[in-house]
Design a protein around this ligand. Structure first.
Ligand code: FES
Length: 160
């Protein structure tokens, strides 16, 4: 089953309802509910926000404000795994462009994009604060320091 179909089923099979049910009528739980839905689906489907609005009795406009204000939330589908490639100066001179090329070629996506199976989302960052480890690639918060282009494919193949 394609990931997009799984997401569609998940949003209609009650998981969101279960999350919301725990906080029904409690507007103060808005961020918690959004975090749980984000964690479950890796993004906030529009239908889910409508249910949250109804059940927590919070205006949809307020929910959208919160969802766009915090970087932790995404209003567009995101992959199950987040990849960040550091393109800061220290990483750049140590070969970060080749790392990024390898990721792009392997996944067929560019920074800011998510693959069609909703498996990976790719971003670039300017510095991760660990320049001595450069070039650095991060997958789901796991740091891969001194990354070699030849290893990129093997690293990404570890993720389901
Ligand atoms: S430039 Fe990449 S971690 Fe600082």
């Amino acid at each position: 089953m394609k990931e997009r179909e799984k997401v569609a089923r998940a949003t209609s099979n009650g998981k969101i309802d279960q999350i919301i049910e725990k906080h029904r009528g409690d507007a103060s739980a808005l961020i918690q509910v959004l975090l749980e839905i984000q964690s479950e689906h890796h993004w906030l489907p529009k239908e889910a926000l409508g249910k949250v609005s109804d059940e927590l009795e919070v205006p949809l406009s307020q929910i959208q404000h919160v969802a766009t204000f915090y970087k932790a939330f995404s209003l567009v589908p995101r992959g199950r795994h987040e990849i960040q490639v550091c393109m800061g100066t220290a990483c750049h001179i140590r070969g970060a462009p080749r790392i990024l090329d390898m990721v792009e070629n392997f996944l067929g996506i560019h920074p800011g994009e998510t693959d069609l199976d909703l498996k990976f989302s790719l971003e670039t960052v300017n510095c991760l604060g660990c320049c001595a480890m450069g070039p650095v690639m991060v997958v789901d918060r796991k740091y891969h320091g001194k990354a070699a282009p030849a290893n990129v494919e093997n690293i990404l193949k570890r993720y389901d």
